[in-house]
Every structure is written in structure tokens, then in C-alpha cells.
Design a protein around this ligand. Structure first.
Ligand code: SF4
Length: 429
């Protein structure tokens, strides 16, 4: 069977679709890039914002038009939250909620999903899955928090962790397939193991992966700031753990944080960032911020902006608040008008760009290891290689060789404001 796979949204959705690809390949099916060649199409949708829902609906329609014969299976958070709305779209064969997603492949094919049958996968993917160099590994799903703006906790249910041995087996497989970097992901990654009775579950998982696998690099995806115990920072004694912490702040104002039901404050978040920088002054600390949250006054926004400035992040995702049905915030008073929300977003993004440039330029003239991830073109001087350092600086270089999926040091020369990346010179023998 020819299967075409698509996803929108977060790294967890990406990890899930990549895992489906490996499971289908292990069963002898073929993953096709062109939906017109597919017998079966699977879409992993997102519903975190209005735009995500619009994007999910648009993709489902497009895929049906591109292959009217193929069966069209839709899963993911939008499928979980609004299955009937999806069933009403033309060509949708079946809608599978998040709680049944892990069994989706065996449901579709009627074949059991072998834990990890390496041979077909290695044969099929020539050592690296779909040209990827970084593998996203889902270790946890669901969340037990109740941030008032968040629909994910509604769509993904209670927190639940994969057994540690299962994760280690998957990491071993991915390393054997040639992946150079493993990215641990989940809805609430920091709560890994809590449901298994281990409050330090994530720390123990990272320790096990570093001790028992040959993963060249290990990266942690988003971590809620209240999840990091002081001893967690000892993990960075191992240089294979990327110096990158993505800590969603969401607002830099305590009053707004309270209405968001976020379990952190300016003081707590600031202390955590200082702790991380004591471990490594070069630690890349990135974050997420919402502007225009219900009740956010001009004063609150200015407080949030000033705090973001003080935190001096290396990168910041700025979101305009999106009212999501079923969330507590949707029922709050004081929703901010569109124009104000856009103006605040533009100001916050300007700060974010300046901070990202400031962080990257600190490494000008230094040589850092880069995992080269793709070739983005060619010039008469060679291939345009793009990659990331462990502290998440995007680097571009021109070299006679395509360096994809190799970790090669590069001297960082200059920052490209437009492309938000450093130009570098690879250091090869
Ligand atoms: S921690 Fe909050 S924002 Fe994150 S998934 Fe849970 S409820 Fe949503």
C-alpha cells in the first residue's frame, strides 16, 4: 500500500507521524511524497489556535482534491475536539481521536505493529528517515495542568508516559538508522514519569539515554518552567546534551500569569534562568509569549515586555491570544481588540529579533559544532549547507561538499539579519 503522511503543529505531531512512517515501512508499506500516488492518506491535525484549525481544514480539502481515490484518515487535536466538523468535509474516510492514535497504523492495516523491526526500515530509508537528521521521539502525552488559554490539555487528556525501556529501544533504532540528534518531546515533557511514580522521571530518562545509547546529540523540547528541580541542571555535565532550554513563559506580568493559571511568577522564572546560566553562560534559553490575553491592560503589557527584555532570550515565539472554545480564558471578560493585539505583537517581536541577533553575535569568531541538516541550494562556489549548533544557532555555509547529517565544526563569521542566521566557514581536515 502507498501511504502519504502529513502533519501540522507541534513537534509531538511530528514525532507521531514519523513513528507511523517507521511502523508502516516495517510492515512493508511504501511512504510516498506525492499524495496523488497514495492509496491511503493520514493527516495529523492541530487545533492550538484558530489559524491551526483553518490550516488543518484547508490541508484536508487539498489532499482530497489531489487524490480523490485514496482513503483519507484524519487524526490529531482537531479530530479529537471536533470530529463531526471533520466528518462533514468531502473525502474524509475516518476520524481517529488522540486516544486511539497509537493504534492507528494497526487499525488501518490490520497488521500488528512490531516494536521495532530494523531491517525493512534500514533498507527502505538508506540509513536516514526521509532526509531528516534529527528525530523527534514522543516520550509523553497529555497534561494535568489547566492553563486557562490551552486547548491542548483538553485535546490530549491526562498526562501519561511511555515506559523508559520502550524509549531506549526507539533511540537505539534511530541511532542505528543514522540520526545524529534525538529530540525528546511530549505535551508536558517535564512531567515525564510522574504517572509512573517518579517525580524526577525526565532527569532519569535523560541520564539513561546518555548512559545507555550512542546518540551523538540529545535535545529537550519545550519544558514548563516549574518542572526543573535544581539537580536537573547536573545533566549538562554531558556535552552530548544540547545547551538549549525552551521554557514557555507566556507572560512577563504576574497578574496576567495568575489569570492564565500558570504555575510560575516573574521571580521564580528569573531565578530559573539565572540557575541555567550558572551551568553555562552560553545556554540558549528560548521561550513562548502570548500577547493580548483577556484582561491584559497597557500597563500589564509594558510589564511583560520589560521582563522579556530583562530575560534576554536567545529566541522567542510570539503568539497573539487565540480564543479557543472549551477553555476557561474564552469565558473571561476583557478580550483585547485585534488592532491592539497586533500592535503589541509587533513590539514584542521587534524585541525578540533584537535579542536573537544579540545572542547569535556573541559567538562571532568562535568555532562551534554544527549538525548540517539540509542543502538549500548551490552556487558556483559549492553547496549551500544549513544546520544548527547545539545551542540552536542556525548556520549557513557554502562548501564544495553537501554536509547533510554530519556534525562538523564551523567558525561563525557574521549575522544575517534578514535570514536570522549566522554565516559560517566549516572547519574540515
Ligand atoms: S502545561 Fe499548560 S500550556 Fe502546557 S499543555 Fe499543559 S495546560 Fe497546556
Amino acid at each position: 500500500m502507498n501511504v502519504h503522511l502529513r502533519m501540522l503543529g507541534c513537534r509531538l505531531n511530528q514525532a507521531e507521524i514519523e513513528r507511523m512512517a517507521r511502523q508502516l515501512t516495517a510492515q512493508g508499506h511504501t511512504i510516498v511524497e506525492d499524495p496523488a500516488l497514495a492509496d491511503q492518506i493520514i493527516v495529523n491535525t492541530c487545533a492550538v489556535t484558530h489559524d491551526a484549525v483553518r490550516g488543518s481544514r484547508k490541508l484536508v480539502r487539498q489532499l482530497h482534491r489531489s487524490s480523490t481515490e485514496a482513503e483519507l484518515t484524519v487524526t490529531g487535536c482537531y479530530a479529537q475536539l471536533e470530529p463531526e466538523a471533520l466528518r462533514a468535509l468531502p473525502g474524509v474516510t475516518r476520524v481517529v481521536g488522540n486516544e486511539d492514535k497509537d493504534q492507528l497504523v494497526s487499525t488501518l492495516t490490520g497488521q500488528p505493529v512490531d516494536a521495532y523491526d530494523q531491517e525493512p526500515i534500514q533498507r527502505e530509508t538508506n540509513g536516514v528517515g526521509a532526509g531528516r537528521t534529527r528525530a523527534f521521539v514522543k516520550v509523553q502525552d497529555g497534561c494535568d495542568n489547566a492553563c486557562t488559554f490551552c486547548v491542548t490539555t483538553v485535546a490530549r487528556g491526562a498526562g501519561r508516559s511511555r515506559p523508559l525501556a520502550d524509549v531506549l529501544r526507539e533511540v537505539d533504532l534511530l541511532v542505528a538508522m543514522g540520526y545524529q540528534e534525538i529530540v525528546l518531546t511530549g505535551v508536558h515533557l517535564g512531567s515525564y514519569g510522574h504517572d509512573l511514580g517518579d517525580v524526577n522521571g525526565l532527569m532519569h530518562l535523560v541520564q539513561a539515554i546518555l548512559a545507555e545509547t550512542d546518540a551523538p546529540r540529545l535535545r529537550l523540547s519545550s519544558l514548563e518552567p516549574w518542572d526543573l528541580a535544581p539537580e536537573f541542571f547536573s545533566l549538562w555535565q554531558d556535552a552530548r546534551l544540547c545547551r538549549h532550554l525552551h521554557l514557555p513563559l507566556q507572560s512577563g506580568c504576574d497578574a496576567t500569569l495568575r489569570r492564565m493559571a500558570r504555575r510560575t511568577t516573574q521571580a521564580q522564572f528569573g531565578a530559573l534562568v539565572r540557575q541555567a546560566r550558572q551551568i553555562s553562560d552560553d545556554m540558549c534559553i528560548t521561550s513562548d509569549i502570548i500577547v493580548g490575553f483577556p484582561g491584559e491592560t497597557n500597563e500589564e503589557f509594558e510589564t511583560s515586555l520589560a521582563f522579556v527584555e530583562a530575560m534576554d532570550f536567545a529566541g522567542l515565539h510570539v503568539f497573539r491570544y487565540s480564543k479557543r472554545p472549551g477553555t476557561a480564558a474564552a469565558r473571561m471578560r476583557g478580550h483585547v481588540d485585534e488592532a491592539t493585539s497586533r500592535e503589541r505583537s509587533a513590539r514584542m517581536m521587534a524585541h525578540a529579533d533584537a535579542q536573537a541577533q544579540r545572542y547569535a553575535e556573541r559567538f562571532t569568531g568562535q568555532a562551534l559544532d554544527v549538525l548540517w541538516e539540509q542543502v538549500a541550494g548551490a552556487t558556483d562556489r559549492g553547496f549551500v549547507n544549513i544546520g544548527y549548533t547545539d545551542n540552536y544557532i542556525r548556520v549557513r555555509c557554502i562548501h564544495p561538499r553537501a554536509l547533510t547529517n554530519h556534525i562538523v565544526p564551523a567558525q561563525l563569521d557574521a549575522y544575517d539579519v534578514e535570514q536570522r542566521q549566522m554565516h559560517g566557514t566549516p572547519i574540515l581536515d
